[in-house]
Design a protein. Structure first.
Length: 47
């Protein structure tokens, strides 16, 4: 998976809820141990 469109709705809801509870945007997630399984949802260096 390269972007959030490949994630199930439950995973997207989970990410959104964590963002709401913490007040912090989630920029990067990983769906497995390899580098190719890392998704950049938002560039963490863009302010």
């Amino acid at each position: 998976m390269k972007d959030r469109s490949g994630l199930p709705a439950a995973a997207l809801n989970y990410i959104k809820r964590i963002e709401e509870l913490t007040g912090v945007p989630i920029d990067i997630i990983s769906t497995g141990p390899d580098r190719t399984e890392t998704m950049i949802l938002r560039d963490p260096f863009d302010a």
